[in-house]
Design a protein around this ligand. Structure first.
Ligand SMILES: *Cc1c(COP(=O)(O)O)cnc(C)c1O
Length: 225
């Protein structure tokens, strides 16, 4: 077993019950996930569609699966039946496809809009104007099989705490500015920010959902995954 039970329990105590922990299990084995499940963990995050589908099939059905990677429109259909929350939505086109697949599966699929806050160019996500366009669009109201339940983001990969803090703070401000929205399928309640390296700062800046992998499961075996 490679899960760090002690660290997991410390983490739960540290974040308290106002913050939701998504255990990021990408590249980790079904056995490791089951071991964490047996300690009571129910929310797990995956980045790759095929891996998520395989794990969904192999593991207990009361697990809440979070898709936290970049989702391609042509792959939504594989996870639409069971996914609990899709974190990385960054286009209206993707929302429309998720809605279509939600309709086919007769369910409402919860989504988070991904916001670009980091300095790196390579990260996915919407800027403020693009977010505004999606939330303000007439089309959104027609998407009855999705619900936008919050925002998600990744901070820069840097040792500079101030940079990270400022990025999270910016996201929280953006999140707050949509607090009073009166759109049936768009109510921001989840602020998904913080990973192994920066979750403490994220929580201090208002995160209520952290996505943590390596701290619980150990370093991933494959670089860049
Ligand atoms: C891998 C990943 C995480 C977890 O990263 P750790 O540093 O292992 O905690 C969180 N969020 C996203 C989007 C990821 O891809």
């Amino acid at each position: 077993m490679s899960i760090n039970t002690k660290k997991y329990k410390e983490l739960l105590a540290e974040i308290g019950d106002k913050v939701n922990l998504v255990a990021v299990s990408k590249t980790k084995s079904v056995e490791d996930i089951k071991a964490l499940y047996d300690l009571g963990q129910r929310d797990f995050g995956e980045n790759y569609v095929q891996e998520l589908v395989d794990k969904y099939e192999a593991l207990p059905k009361d697990i809440q699966w979070h898709f936290i990677g970049h989702l391609q429109t042509n792959k939504v259909k594989y996870i639409a039946q069971f996914v609990s929350l899709i974190h990385g939505v960054d286009s209206l086109k993707l929302l429309q496809e998720i809605n279509k697949q939600g309709e086919k599966n007769n369910r409402i699929i919860n989504c988070l809009l991904q916001i670009h806050i980091a300095q790196e160019e390579t990260k996915f996500g919407l800027n403020e104007d693009e977010l505004d366009d999606i939330i303000g669009s007439a089309e959104l109201k027609n998407l009855k099989n999705i619900k936008i339940s919050g925002l998600m983001s990744m901070a820069s990969f840097t040792e500079n705490e101030e940079t990270i803090r400022n990025e999270f703070r910016y996201l929280k401000t953006l999140y707050n500015s949509y607090n009073q929205l009166q759109i049936a399928n768009c109510k921001l309640q989840i602020l998904s920010m913080g990973m192994s390296a920066d979750y403490k700062i994220a929580i201090e800046e208002g995160s209520n959902m952290v996505r943590i992998g390596s701290l619980i499961f150990g370093e991933r075996d494959t670089i860049n995954k």
